[in-house]
Design a protein around this ligand. Structure first.
Ligand SMILES: Cc1cc2nc3c(=O)[nH]c(=O)nc-3n(C[C@H](O)[C@H](O)[C@H](O)COP(=O)(O)OP(=O)(O)OC[C@H]3O[C@@H](n4cnc5c(N)ncnc54)[C@H](O)[C@@H]3O)c2cc1C
Length: 535
């Protein structure tokens, strides 16, 4: 049987495209997802990210290549391998980025991708509870709520930010991100809202939508230069499915270039070296990979105003009851409660630095398995517009082998400077008068690390991904001077019947977290595909 559309990958983008395209009963839609259904209970409990982040049942558990700039540490790079993809295992922090991020995409030769053109999709995708700015959306599939915060710590943090010249911002997802605000979360009634829940669940009953889980696509099938279907495996069983209109690849910033290369689309010589027949020599595939790197500061507090004291014994029971009754508290919150967007130096024209505040510390168990016993707080700083660029490429012709992932964190000196500025700002915040009444010892980076060289070495030794890999199939004109993979219509250059719709198409990362921007991309793509079909 031939489907009208086959979508590879049921993640943040793929689930949206499948749900939107199947709104038209005249089109049959097949969605193939390598991972299982989203039945793991920790997916749905907001704090469960601490569990799924290392669970191979729902996570690809990639690692980066060792790299001198990050002290030769292979860095864990989780990606969702489950219905909903990374939106099922992410930190559910909601940000849009800044209008200028998207305007820059348009200026690179991608008409229709400026912020004003994307705003209707940001509004369409969300149900923003407690926001009345006209730029916010209501009634959409992805619920957004402010984090509750912790009264005393939230108050101190806003005061400390004020003392550092950072104003309060009631909605950093308005056009102006500048300032400190409560984190916004994709959570409804105390449960995560992934794209599987927000988009696919209401669409699953449609007879024209076929969702196959545990189905890993190993190859796009071509007739000449037209994509006509896919080959996929469920267990040891190999299957083929045909697409009469289009194959849409939404396998994410790692999975999409991997699948294109396995299918003979990519750098010709690289593919021939692996014994893969070249369908189309497209040098940009797998290039331009980039990500956000975070560095952390942590302090002891001398008053019981953090989550540490509530994370064991009877207080934890209290938190569990609170979660059961209200969906809030330790289990219902994001890992970060407050977010700052600010400038790394006065001569930067718009915020290029994010700081998040988490009301706990886990200095002995870096993976948050167990919080520290005494009160503490930690903050992360993230250079928002890194200039370092890396790549991701397959190492074999076997889809089961992970590709080699090299984000090249900190390769550009500008990224090093912003990271150092971020750590210094964390110090200024925690040593500002607001915290005088409860400040304890500095745990990270540790007070003996003062010089820029010390701080940079600390970032190299301990920096971590904040999980925002993008850009590995960048959007741009075919002859625009940079090796683009898809055009502004998201069709793969030089081929027919094939589009890429996911975070890999971002020409440059947005100044924030990437889930909602990826969903907005998918909403726009679905409209473009529908419009093409109508023509
Ligand atoms: C741990 C973690 C925390 C994060 N925290 C946040 C956050 O708090 N806020 C935020 O905004 N963003 C966050 N992100 C980033 C955000 O979730 C991603 O940018 C976004 O989900 C990317 O969407 P995507 O559609 O490109 O890829 P994904 O959502 O990863 O979807 C790709 C899908 O394709 C499937 N797939 C891959 N290869 C194949 C194949 N060959 N055959 C079939 N299926 C395949 C995968 O299993 C997956 O389901 C986080 C990400 C992670 C991993």
């Amino acid at each position: 049987m031939a489907y009208t559309y086959i979508i590879v990958g049921g993640g943040s983008a793929g689930a949206v495209v499948a749900a939107r395209l199947s709104e038209n009963p005249a089109h049959s839609v097949m969605l193939l997802e390598a991972g299982p259904k989203d039945t793991n209970p920790w997916i749905h409990v907001p704090i469960g990210v601490a569990k799924t982040i290392r669970n191979p049942a729902v996570n690809w558990l990639y690692a980066t290549q060792p790299d001198g700039a990050t002290s030769n540490r292979p860095m864990a790079l989780p990606r969702g391998k489950v219905l909903g993809g990374s939106s099922s295992i992410n930190g559910h922090v909601v940000t849009r980025g800044q209008p200028e991020d998207y305007d820059a995409w348009a200026q690179l030769g991608n008409p229709g991708w400026d912020f004003d053109s994307l705003l209707p999709y940001f509004r369409k995708l969300e149900d923003a509870i407690g926001f009345d700015d006209p730029a916010r959306g209501h009634g959409g599939p992805m619920t957004v709520k402010r984090s509750q915060g912790l009264d005393e710590l939230t108050r101190l943090m806003i005061a400390a930010a004020g003392e550092c010249g950072i104003p309060y911002n009631a909605d950093p997802n308005s056009r102006n991100a500048d300032g400190i605000g409560l984190v916004q979360r994709a959570v409804r009634n105390g449960r995560r809202v992934s794209t599987a829940r927000g988009y696919l669940k209401p669409a699953r009953h449609r007879p024209n939508l076929t969702v196959v889980c545990n189905a890993q696509v190993s190859r796009i099938v071509f007739e000449g230069r037209r994509a006509t279907g896919v080959e996929y495996a469920v267990g040891n069983q190999l299957h083929q499915a045909a697409a009469s209109a289009e194959v849409i690849v939404s396998a994410g910033a790692i999975g999409t270039p991997q699948l294109l290369e396995l299918s003979g689309v990519g750098q010709g010589q690289r593919l021939r070296n692996l014994g893969i027949d070249v369908v189309h020599d497209l040098p940009g595939v797998g290039e331009n990979l980039h990500d956000h790197l975070l560095a952390r500061g942590a302090w002891e507090l001398t008053k019981p105003i953090s989550m540490n004291e509530r994370s064991s014994g009877w207080p934890l029971v209290g938190q569990a009851i609170k979660y059961g009754l209200t969906g809030e508290g330790l289990l219902g919150n994001a890992i970060a409660h407050m977010i700052i967007f600010t400038r790394s130096s006065p001569d930067v024209d718009r915020p290029d630095l994010e700081i998040t505040l988490s009301p706990f510390t886990a200095t002995k168990a870096i993976d948050f398995k167990k919080l520290d016993k005494t009160p503490g707080v930690f903050m992360s700083c993230v250079p928002l517009r890194p200039r370092s660029r890396g790549h991701v490429h397959i190492c074999s012709a076997d889809v089961r082998d992970h590709p080699a992932i090299a984000p090249n964190y900190l390769h550009d000196e500008a990224d090093q400077r912003v990271a150092i500025a971020g750590l210094k700002l964390i110090r200024r915040l925690l040593t500002s008068p607001a915290f005088d009444s409860c400040r304890g010892a500095e745990l990270w980076p540790a007070s003996n690390k003062q010089s820029d060289a010390d701080l940079l070495q600390y970032v190299r030794d301990t920096g971590l991904t904040i999980h925002h890999v993008v850009g590995s199939c960048r959007m741009g004109p075919a002859n625009g001077g940079v090796p683009a993979v898809v055009g502004p219509d998201l069709r793969v250059h030089g081929l027919q019947g094939l589009r890429v719709v996911d975070a890999s198409i971002m020409p440059s990362i947005i100044s924030g977290h990437t889930n909602f921007p990826t969903i907005a991309i998918a909403e726009k793509a679905a409209d473009m595909i529908k419009a093409d079909a109508a023509r």
